[in-house]
Design a binder for this molecule. Structure first.
Ligand code: PBG
Length: 327
């Protein structure tokens, strides 16, 4: 009698056999490419902590979006850096705001590409918080309901500009329901919502905040983003978003939260996205630049494992290079 383990090894013998029994597949069609579009620049501005990712002018964003599409990436996610910031973040719902202008330009050039707009105020507020800051008597807090009003305005202006999917990332309570209602009232009944459902207060957003110039000027985001220690609460957040009308739920960041990708997938049966965030990207880039990691192997392994955990969609700054390696 051979060792029972032999049966496991037999199927690993050749590449073809390994491929035949592989449980998880990664393809360019699973990826979303995030982009930063900045008002008033006419060139690419490198982001120090995110080598290979730049702040883009609208023209460059159109080119990048076309490149992503030609690599088989079905969707891009847009973040905007406005001309100026104020207390309320009014640049977010300006009909001629940076995301609205970029959305129109990209949709005109690449109508087949799915354009997702990130819906949040932190890139537009002078204080860098994701909503309206109020002194509630015991110090400054973000006013949940006042913020909802501004978010719904922003969502409808993004949809009017041509966004195909709206992705609220602010973590206010009730925002999915509020945004769904506002979109429906404005005639965008067919525009899906990709909800950042379980978004943790994470150190892994560091490079993004440099890119979007959105680090909070005081305090932190722990009064609205989730405690990394909490898993049951993440499931409750996702369930609430589904009840309020989310079409796709998201877990963010991805790699330290693979358990939640699996749990939320199992418990909601919804299409699920995972956001492989700026800090996860920066770690791989730094490790590869130092010669500590094989970049291609590391990226493809990480993205495959995010899919294995249960993500249907992976949002990643590695999307273009991964798509090239996967051709
Ligand atoms: C906006 C937003 C953030 C990210 C996506 N949307 C930053 C934050 O919450 O501070 C982070 C993305 C990344 O790190 O790649 N609220």
């Amino acid at each position: 009698m051979p060792f029972p383990q032999t049966r496991l090894r037999r199927l690993r013998a050749t590449r073809a056999l390994r491929g035949l029994v592989r449980e998880t597949h990664l393809a360019p069609g699973d990826l979303v490419y995030p982009m930063f579009v900045a008002h008033g620049i006419d060139r690419r501005e490198p982001i120090a902590a995110m080598p290979g990712v730049d702040r883009l002018s609208i023209a460059h964003a159109v080119t990048e979006a076309g490149e992503a599409a030609s690599l088989g990436i079905p969707a891009v996610l847009l973040f905007g850096l406005p001309a100026s910031k104020d207390e309320e973040g009014s640049g977010a719902w300006d009909e001629e705001g940076i995301v609205q202008l970029a959305t129109r330009a990209i949709k005109e050039a690449h109508p087949e590409l799915i354009l997702i707009t990130d819906l949040c105020l932190c890139e537009y507020t002078s204080h860098g918080h994701c909503g309206v800051v109020r002194d509630a008597g015991n110090g400054l807090t973000v006013d949940n309901d006042a913020t909802l009003e501004l978010l719904t305005r922003t969502a409808t202006s993004q949809a009017r500009a041509g966004a195909d999917v709206i992705a609220p990332s602010d973590m206010m309570d009730g925002r999915v329901g509020a945004v769904r209602g506002a979109l429906d009232d404005d005639g965008h009944t067919h525009t899906p919502i990709l909800a950042y459902s379980a978004k943790f207060a994470s150190a892994f957003y560091g490079p993004f905040r440099e890119a979007a110039d959105s680090a909070p000027a005081f305090g932190d985001r722990r009064s609205y983003q989730m405690d990394p220690a909490n898993a049951n609460e993440a499931v409750r957040e996702a369930r609430l978003d589904v009840e309020e009308g989310a079409d796709i739920v998201m877990v963010k960041p991805a790699l330290p939260y693979l358990d939640l990708i699996r749990r939320i997938k199992d418990e909601t049966s919804m299409p699920l996205a995972a956001y492989n965030v700026s800090g996860e990207y920066a770690m791989v880039k730094a490790g590869a630049a130092a010669g500590y990691l094989d970049e291609r192997a590391t990226v493809l392994e990480a993205l495959t494992c995010i899919r294995r955990a249960g993500a249907d969609v992976v949002i990643t700054y590695h999307a273009k290079e991964a798509a090239r390696w996967l051709q």
